[in-house]
Design a protein around this ligand. Structure first.
Ligand code: CP
Length: 336
C-alpha cells in the first residue's frame, strides 16, 4: 500500500509543495474553482470542536468541485473516540480512532480531522497524538482541520492573503493579544510557519512566558532562512509594530500554565495593553490587520481597527475556500 498524502503540519511541507498549493489555490479561486474536477469523490470530516469557516469552506469546496461530503461531530451523534494506545476502554469512549478512521477510509476518498489542544499537558499536545493516531489508521489522505499543534489550511490562507494584499517580502508581525481564557498554539504556529515559508521578515511579538513550541520555532527559522527571510522574537510590542506591513493578531496561553486553568486565565488577562488599537496600528507602514477569526472585539482588537479599511480579516477567511479546494484536489490526485 502506498502512503497517502497526509496534510497535518506546515513543518512537513517542502518548498515545491508549498508553492504548488498556493498556485493551485489561485487557479481554483473564482469561476475556475466551480468545475467537477472531483466528480464522484467523497470527503469526510470529523470535528471534535466547533467550526464556522473550516467546515463551511470544505462543504462548499466539495460542492463546487462535484464531490460529496460527510460531516461528523463528536458529541453530536458520533461515538466518543479514544486515541491513546494500550488503554483499557472502560471509560466514556466507545470507539478507538484505529477502527473509526480505518472504517471511514474504506468508505471515503479523503478525510479531515479537527482536534484542539488539551491545554492540560504541554508534552502530550506537542506530540499531536489525536491527529497522528488517526493518520496512522487512515489508508486515504487525512487533512488537518486544526490539531493541537498546527492549523495548516489557516496558514495557507494567511500566506495567500498576504500575497494578494502586499505581494512582496515584508515585515510581518505575529502578535500575541489578550483574551479571557487561554487558547491553543496551533494558529500562531501555522502563521509563523506560513510566513517563514514565504520568506517574510517575521517578528513574533509576545510578553515573556508566552513562547511558542521550541521545535516549531527552530523549523520556522530554518524555513525563513531557506526562503530568504528571517524570524525574530520580541517582547517589545511597540518596536515590533514599527514599520510593519502586516499585523497578525492571535491570543494564546502560556505553556507553563497548562493544567492550571485559573492561573492560565489570569495570565492571558494580565496584559490588556497588548490589545491591537489604532495607536498601535499607527506605528506600522500602512499595515494590514489580520486575524484567523473568530475574534473577540474589544479584547483582542478594538472595533476601530476591525472596522477600518486596514482590516483584511474577511478576505483572509474567504481565502480558506481557495486553499481548501487546492488541498482537496491534491489529496484526490487531481491538478486543476
Ligand atoms: N479560523 C478558523 O479555523 O475558523 P473556524 O474555527 O470557524 O473553522
Amino acid at each position: 500500500m502506498t502512503t497517502p498524502w497526509h496534510f497535518l503540519s506546515l513543518r512537513d511541507v517542502d518548498s515545491a509543495t508549498w508553492q504548488e498549493l498556493l498556485a493551485q489555490s489561485e487557479i481554483l479561486s473564482g469561476a475556475r474553482g466551480r468545475r467537477p474536477l472531483l466528480q464522484g469523490k467523497r470527503f469526510g470530516m470529523v470535528f471534535f470542536n466547533p467550526s464556522l469557516r473550516t467546515r463551511t469552506a470544505f462543504e462548499v469546496a466539495c460542492s463546487d468541485l462535484g464531490a460529496s461530503s460527510v460531516n461528523l461531530q463528536v458529541g453530536g451523534g458520533l461515538w466518543s473516540l479514544e486515541h491513546r494506545d494500550g488503554v483499557v476502554m472502560d471509560g466514556p469512549h466507545a470507539e478507538h480512532v484505529k477502527e473509526g478512521f480505518a472504517v471511514l477510509a474504506r468508505m471515503l476518498d479523503g478525510l479531515g480531522l479537527r482536534s484542539f489542544a488539551s491545554l492540560s499537558d504541554a508534552a502530550a499536545d506537542a506530540r499531536d497524538e489525536v491527529i497522528r493516531s488517526a493518520a496512522a489508521a487512515s489508508s486515504v489522505p487525512l487533512l488537518s482541520l486544526e490539531s493541537a499543534m498546527d492549523h495548516p489550511h489557516q496558514g495557507l490562507a494567511d500566506a495567500l492573503t498576504v500575497r494578494r494584499k502586499v505581494g512582496e517580502r515584508a515585515k510581518v508581525v505575529v502578535t500575541w493579544a489578550p483574551h479571557v481564557k487561554p487558547l491553543p498554539l496551533a494558529v500562531p504556529h501555522a502563521a509563523t510557519l506560513a510566513f517563514a515559508h514565504e520568506g517574510h521578515d517575521v517578528v513574533l511579538a509576545h510578553p515573556p512566558g508566552f513562547d511558542l513550541d521550541e521545535g516549531v520555532l527552530q523549523d520556522a527559522s530554518a524555513l525563513a532562512e531557506a526562503a530568504g527571510g528571517s524570524l525574530s522574537v520580541s517582547h517589545d510590542r511597540d518596536a515590533a509594530f514599527d514599520g510593519a506591513r502586516v499585523i497578525y493578531a492571535k491570543s494564546w496561553g502560556a505553556r507553563g500554565d497548562y493544567g492550571a486553568p485559573e492561573t492560565a486565565a489570569a495570565a492571558v488577562q494580565a496584559h490588556p495593553e497588548w490589545i491591537v488599537d489604532a495607536a498601535a496600528m499607527g506605528r506600522t507602514d500602512h499595515g494590514v490587520f489580520l486575524h484567523c477569526l473568530p475574534v473577540r472585539r474589544g479584547v483582542v482588537v478594538t472595533d476601530e481597527v476591525l472596522d477600518s479599511p486596514a482590516s483584511g480579516v474577511i478576505d483572509q477567511a474567504a481565502a480558506r475556500l481557495d486553499v481548501q479546494k487546492a488541498t482537496l484536489c491534491r489529496a484526490m490526485g487531481v491538478t486543476a
